[in-house]
Write a protein that binds this ligand. Structure first.
Ligand code: C5P
Length: 310
């Protein structure tokens, strides 16, 4: 059977608010996530030998059973109950690794959607969503993509209700040597901030409603100026990671930047601009300083889609 190509986009957080701790030990979150036109590509060839193999053009990425692509294939195969199903998967990596851009989650989401199609499993979107949520908090969002409010662990999605993806241009940067462990960032957040965590569901719901009706969504709809971006993990990571402090200071110098923030648990950083041309101009403006400080940079646009079969 022919190879199937699946696109797995990166995301940024336009809002990441830690509300409190959940009984399952995860954090209760209120977020806005946005997919970008920076994407990895999976090529998947189905086999009937019961082996799910993964290769990648980045040698530093584990391709064993710890990779969410392999985990997604194994979960899907177990649910459909056909152990002879196999796949040879190649991952063409463009999204920086360990960056807070959900690259790994998006790869896993792409494997779920692609293998569901190739193996003819016939799972519905709701069933895939549930399997994605079992594998990782960001994975349901990666399947859906676009601009979404994400609650609970991050797996409960509500479309932001925009007519189209925001026309914003995005300048994304990451220091190749920097990486932040997501469990570490949340653990540190708990150490530093848990005295301020909310506890009651009614308080969580007030914060969700404030996000639904607040300045960020009005700004994304173009009805008002974009407010500063809130990322509660940034306050935790910034003091500990020099490249985050340095990168934020550089991005704040960009002409025309509407907002500057860290994505997810970092260490990738981004600046938003009114359009893609302004992001490209800022990239040119900062190119020498970014290169001198060792940062990689990407100019991106927001997209309305998640995982896409090609
Ligand atoms: O769900 P995922 O595997 O992406 O989460 C990685 C880690 O991040 C979790 O093990 C947990 O330490 C932390 N986390 C959290 N609360 C969330 C999401 C993630 O504490 N809502």
């Amino acid at each position: 059977m022919a190879e199937l190509l699946v696109s797995a986009p990166a995301k940024i957080n336009l809002h990441l608010e830690v509300l409190g701790l959940r009984p399952d030990g995860f954090h209760e979150l209120a977020m806005v996530m946005q997919t970008l036109d920076l994407a990895d590509q999976l090529s998947i060839r189905p086999t009937a030998d019961g082996a799910i193999s993964l290769t990648c053009d980045r040698q530093d990425l584990p391709t064993d059973g710890s990779n969410l692509v392999v985990k997604a294939g194994e979960l899907l195969r177990a649910r459909v109950g056909l152990p002879e199903l196999g796949a040879a998967i190649h991952l063409h990596k463009r999204i920086p690794i360990g960056a807070g851009l959900a690259g790994g989650s998006s790869n896993g989401a792409a494997a779920l959607v692609g293998l569901n199609h190739l193996w003819g499993c016939g799972f519905s979107s709701a069933q895939l969503h549930a399997m994605a949520a079992e594998l990782g908090s960001d994975m349901p969002f990666c399947i859906a993509g676009g601009t979404q409010l994400c609650f609970g662990r991050g797996e409960q999605l509500e479309p932001a209700g925009l007519e189209a993806a925001p026309a914003l241009g995005v300048l994304l940067i990451k220091h190749p040597q920097a990486s932040v462990s997501t469990p570490w960032a949340y653990g540190r957040c708990r150490e530093l901030r848990s005295d301020f965590y909310l506890e009651a569901e009614v308080e969580f719901e007030q914060r969700r409603e404030a996000l639904r009706t607040g300045a960020l969504l009005a700004g994304l709809r173009g009805e008002a100026a974009l407010p500063p971006i809130r990322n509660d993990l940034q306050a935790v990571v910034e003091p500990e990671v020099a490249s985050v402090r340095e990168g934020l200071a550089l991005l704040r110098q960009a002409t025309g930047a509407l907002a500057v923030a860290m994505s997810g648990s970092g260490p990738s950083l981004f600046a938003l601009f009114p359009n893609a041309e302004a992001a490209a101009a800022a990239h040119t403006q900062l190119a020498v300083d970014l290169a001198a400080a060792g940062f990689e940079a990407w100019c991106c646009r927001c997209t309305g889609c998640g995982v896409t079969l090609g």
